[in-house]
Design a protein around this ligand. Structure first.
Ligand code: SAH
Length: 316
């Protein structure tokens, strides 16, 4: 989906599966390649108002509610517990655009992020901003004080690994092994800390504590979506004894259209960017089919009027 299309922009509402148009990977990439490589570009023109801050704050609180160990701010009521986890917390940000979710949400809460994005200008913009943040020293003058800040890269306490490729061929368990020989997943760089200074990829197959999918899953057909969610579930580090009760999470934050009149699932095809917008029931049907357990769902409040409802779902 254009990440934040106004509600009236949806073009085709399909009833029968037989004539359902499906997202075409190349058409989606062509659409995004023509958009500005900026926060405003990935947010469909909503990047300069309150939306980015409201969205990021909502995301951090949602994640902290489920994963309170990620909190780095001591509270008067509950002092910070010493980190009991031995392994650094690792997150995956897919369809990451210019790295907005990584820099504004994930790097504030986790140690390492793997970022996947197919569109060259977007991932290059992300990479450039991460490199700038990594190069900032306490004596670097800030002009006007405004810069996109990627926490933890300059002091080497955190890291971001940049991978270019599409979700359709991406397997989070083995990020560099493409599922289709005609379309690769390419490692571009790792900025910040490295467990093994000589090898930026030493932990590449070490799976994830959090897999964050925001405003990009509309580019997947239903079967690709279910397959990707299954691969993501298999790539969670801590799944618990039954595969569903551990700490690790998949978070989906996406636009939601209304369900069908009979209360069933509904999917709307957007021709402009070749993507689906799914209703609440359609998302839940996909989660169920992928064998995921929904543990929390919440509407993102505080977004401008006229947009689709945006929902966050957490699954194990
Ligand atoms: N998640 C980011 C970007 C949202 S814009 C954010 O919230 O800021 C939608 C993103 O989906 C774009 O970066 C676009 O390039 C990406 N995208 C489009 N088709 C994709 C595909 N097939 N696989 C992975 N990402 C895709």
């Amino acid at each position: 989906m254009r990440s934040l299309p106004a509600r009236q922009a949806a073009t085709l509402i399909m009833a029968a599966t037989s004539d359902l148009q499906v997202p075409v990977v190349e058409d989606g990439i062509r659409y995004w390649t023509d958009q500005p490589a900026s926060v405003d570009g990935v947010l469909g023109g909503y990047g300069t108002g309150s939306l980015p801050r409201v969205d990021a704050l909502g995301s951090r609180l949602f994640l902290l509610h489920l994963y309170p160990e990620l909190c780095t701010v001591p509270s008067a009521l509950k002092p910070l517990e010493p980190q009991t986890v031995s392994q650094p917390i690792r997150a995956l940000d897919v369809g990451a655009g210019v790295g907005r979710v990584t820099s504004d949400v994930l790097l504030h809460l986790v140690n390492d992020v793997c970022l996947l994005e197919p569109v060259t200008p977007f991932i290059q913009e992300a990479l450039q901003n991460a490199r700038k943040s990594a190069a900032v020293t306490s004596s670097t003058p800030t002009r006007g004080g405004h810069a996109i800040h990627w926490p933890g890269l300059a002091d080497l306490t955190k890291s971001v690994t940049f991978l270019q490729g599409t979700l359709q061929v991406f397997d989070p368990t083995h990020p560099l092994v493409s599922l289709d020989s005609s379309s690769s997943v390419t490692f571009l760089d790792r900025i910040g800390s490295r467990p093994n200074p000589g090898d930026p990829l030493s932990d590449i197959d070490s799976r994830f504590d959090v897999i964050w999918c925001q405003w990009c899953l509309g580019h997947l057909s239903d079967s690709d979506l279910v397959a990707f969610l299954k691969r993501s579930h298999a790539a969670l580090r801590n799944q618990g004894m039954d595969g569903h009760s551990g700490k690790s999470l998949i978070v989906v934050k996406e636009n939601v259209c209304s369900d069908a009149e009979d209360g069933g699932p509904r999917t709307v095809f957007d021709e402009q960017d070749s993507s689906f917008t799914r209703s609440d029931m359609a998302w839940k049907a996909a989660f169920r089919e992928a064998g995921l357990r929904l543990v929390k769902e919440q509407v993102q409040e505080g977004l401008p009027d006229g947009l689709y409802v945006v929902k966050m779902y957490a699954m194990k």
